[in-house]
Design a protein around this ligand. Structure first.
Ligand SMILES: Cc1cc2nc3c(=O)[nH]c(=O)nc-3n(C[C@H](O)[C@H](O)[C@H](O)COP(=O)(O)OP(=O)(O)OC[C@H]3O[C@@H](n4cnc5c(N)ncnc54)[C@H](O)[C@@H]3O)c2cc1C
Length: 456
């Protein structure tokens, strides 16, 4: 049933900073195509189709490589509105595309000879790979292959995530340095001053972003340290970790955002993990995370003692109703994916949100429900309908049961206002099913906001 509803109102709080997605895409396309435009402005005869195609593709690939630094550098003013999961997904897709362009680069140069005389073509290719003049380009070519493949298979490498991240950053810096040398020394358009300035400038920006991530940010974090003030079980294999800033100040954030948290390591150690903030902005300076045991670090998070020094990089993320008009909020979470939704609910209760709130919270068993008593208390302070859904319910469970299928969603959502906002967070299979289910129920895709805890 679709209903007409009262005038929507904005959820209070600062909307995430950053460029609107269309502006980010436009900027990215402009950076990617700028070298082609600069090359086209040169008043020179073309050097043959395959030669120009090879140069054109590799120049676009190099510009995309340098833009990768900025996209993955967690710059809120750039990609803050898009969300980290989408940004990183794009980073991966861009990596595949630019790898294809770079792999093709030497073969396209040799293609006419390869077609006319394969033996001479292969000899030409061998010559290119062995040429001392092309050495920096060849090393960058191989390094890029290694960098992309180790990025894809990072979870299967016998390497800690932090070491992989460091090697990925250093490898990317080496590729940038070697490629800029190759472009400026032997590139087809190496002699063009406008292009040379473009490459030098973009490489400097990319390397500066690396220095910012690995040096400037940790220094700033060291100045704004936190302490763990509480660490207690939140549910089955989940922990509630509270922090307070030594300075007394926690940056403002929007309910539902996340931060990279470093608990007990040096700010330079790269040992940090992204966790959604499950406390409300109104509870600042205290800040709380709900952390599930899921791997090397999180399996031991319950052992982190009170008093441990901590550092935060945040807030990040676009998973928030802040700044979006809505006449009803529908919060759909699964497992620890409920953490950001808890922060949103707490803020709604603090602000006495005047509109209806539907909560659909799926788990396997009852002991996995985070903050059961608090949820009942929050339901009393809001116009809230709480649906606790269990796929393995105990006998006599009063709530809905099963997975979050379209049927379960439909049963939990008798009213489906066009102006309602749907926030979805949980395990990836659940999210895929819920997003599909909501669209099947006639919810416009633009009213669904979701966040995945994994980039794959
Ligand atoms: C935006 C976002 C919000 C999140 N919010 C929460 C939350 O509120 N509560 C919660 O319990 N979990 C949350 N996670 C997931 C959490 O970050 C991972 O479970 C945790 O980093 C795993 O670390 P580990 O060392 O225990 O596991 P590992 O065994 O090292 O890794 C398990 C998986 O986590 C990935 N991973 C490990 N370290 C990092 C890292 N530093 N950055 C990114 N990915 C990493 C690995 O690639 C692997 O796929 C969130 C993730 C994201 C991206």
């Amino acid at each position: 049933m679709t209903t007409k509803t009262p005038k929507p109102s904005h959820f209070p709080g600062p909307p995430p900073a950053g460029l609107p997605p269309w502006a980010l895409v436009a900027l990215y396309v402009a950076v990617g195509l700028a070298p082609l435009a600069l090359a086209a402005l040169r008043d020179e005869p073309a050097r043959g189709f395959w030669h120009e195609l090879s140069s054109g593709l590799v120049m676009v690939a190099f510009a995309m490589t340098l833009a990768q630094f900025l996209l993955s550098g967690r710059f809120r003013s750039l990609s803050g509105k898009v969300g980290i999961d989408l940004t990183m997904r794009f980073h991966q897709l861009a990596a595949w595309s630019l790898l294809a362009f770079v792999l093709l680069h030497p073969f396209l140069y040799a293609l006419p000879t390869l077609v006319a005389d394969p033996a001479a073509g292969f000899a030409r290719l061998r010559g290119m790979f062995a040429s001392p003049g092309l050495r920096t380009g060849v090393i960058a070519w191989w390094l890029l292959v290694i960098l992309v493949l180790t990025g894809v298979w990072k979870d299967r490498l016998p390497l800690r995530y932090e070491l992989w991240r460091l090697s990925h950053g250093l490898g990317a810096a080496a590729i940038a340095g070697l490629s800029v040398h190759h472009a400026l020394s032997v590139g087809t358009y190496a002699a063009d001053p406008a292009l040379a300035t473009f490459w030098a400038g973009l490489t400097a920006v990319a390397l500066a972003s690396l220095v910012h991530v690995y040096l400037v940010k940790p220094l700033l974090q060291r100045r704004d340290a936190y302490r763990v003030t509480a660490n207690a079980p939140a549910a089955d294999r989940m922990w509630r970790v509270a922090l307070e800033p030594e300075s007394g100040r926690t940056p403002n954030f929007a309910a539902g955002q996340f931060a990279w948290a470093n608990l007990g390591h040096s700010p330079f150690s790269l040992t940090e993990h992204p966790f959604s903030i499950s406390s409300a902005p109104a509870e600042r300076p205290r800040i709380e995370f709900t952390i599930k045991e899921a791997g090397d670090f999180t399996n031991r998070v319950g052992e982190v003692p009170v008093g441990t020094r901590a550092y935060l990089d945040g807030p990040h993320g676009a998973f928030t109703p802040a700044g979006r008009p809505a006449c009803r909020l529908v919060l759909i979470g699964g497992g620890v994916g409920f953490a950001p939704l808890l922060g949103i609910l707490r803020q709604l209760a603090h602000d006495r949100w005047p509109h209806p709130v539907d909560v659909i919270y799926g788990n396997r068993v009852e002991s996995q429900i985070i903050g059961r008593d608090e949820l009942d208390a929050l339901a009393g302070r809001l116009e809230m309908r709480l649906n606790l859904v269990l796929s393995e319910p105990p006998p006599g469970w009063p709530g809905p049961t099963g997975d979050l299928t379209p049927e379960v969603l439909a049963a939990c959502l008798p009213e489906r206002d066009q102006d309602a906002l749907y926030l979805v967070c949980g395990p990836v299979p659940m999210m895929n099913a819920v997003e599909r289910g909501l669209v099947e129920l006639g919810i416009p895709a633009g009213r669904i906001v979701s966040e995945r805890f994994t980039y794959e």
